[in-house]
Design a protein. Structure first.
Length: 245
């Protein structure tokens, strides 16, 4: 069984009723109805398949935190799976496919390569980028049962995230836990650079094998996909993952 849940965020009551009827006829249960995506608690979003509309998604900054977004309407939304209103009868088929793939993924992965220290730091987005760019070499790494297992601890640069990051590192065993630290959404300013350098020095000797900053990429927020410059900047992290595979 999969632990994914179906939620709706459809303002139009007629459209919402149509979607609920189509889902009910296919035996698919809806776990919640909302006005906005932000109503879903942050720590629950990664297990939610959200069915919504392009109007609701406009200017949303939380899309990447959900397992999948299905956008209904004639206007396509980047980063979402799009269905026109005439295609709503296909919705149960699409959801069933998502649930099946989610279940297969949960069963095939022993451990996740990327661990976000907080739900909001972008671990799902980084995992997707790694999968799209590393391909076949990634699954064997995640399924390794030997003494050393690679993990990327993903944090942001704010105080709350860094405190949780330090807690995670203290809880790990450096002789058994080969860990990289990636700091996501780093601003491009001198203050952030100073903090990065101080943080890297502070974390030396903590069991961290590699330290890598990931600078803020507006294209992820707008289009749901990283820019080419971000992909290039992640190459050293790709190399660290592939090393000694």
């Amino acid at each position: 069984m999969t632990d994914l849940n179906i939620h709706l965020a459809i303002i139009d009551p007629v459209l919402e009723a149509q979607v609920m009827r189509v889902l009910a006829e296919s035996g698919i249960q809806c776990a919640g109805r909302h006005f906005t995506l932000a109503e879903i608690p942050i720590d629950e979003r990664s297990s939610v398949v959200m069915v919504t509309t392009s109007a609701t998604l406009h200017a949303s900054q939380v899309m990447e935190e959900f397992h999948r977004i299905i956008s209904l309407g004639d206007k396509a939304t980047s980063g979402a799976m799009n269905l026109s209103e005439s295609e709503i009868p296909r919705l149960p088929e699409l959801i069933s496919k998502i649930l099946t793939e989610g279940n297969r993924t949960n069963n095939s992965r022993v451990d996740s390569l990327v661990k976000g220290v907080l739900p909001r730091v972008g671990a799902r987005t980084l995992s997707r980028i790694l999968e799209e760019n590393l391909g076949a070499i990634l699954l064997p790494i995640m399924k390794r049962h030997d003494r050393v297992h690679k993990t990327i601890l993903l944090s942001e640069i704010d105080d709350e995230s860094i405190l949780r990051l330090c807690d995670e590192l203290r809880a790990g065993n450096s002789s058994e836990h080969w860990c990289a630290v990636a700091i996501n959404k780093v601003p491009r300013n001198s203050l952030a650079q100073k903090r990065l350098r101080a943080l890297e020095r502070e974390l030396q000797g903590s069991g961290m094998a590699y330290f890598h900053p990931i600078y803020f990429d507006a294209e992820i927020q707008i289009a749901g996909a990283p820019s080419k410059s971000t992909i290039r900047a992640l190459q050293p992290l790709f190399d660290w993952i592939a090393k000694s595979n």
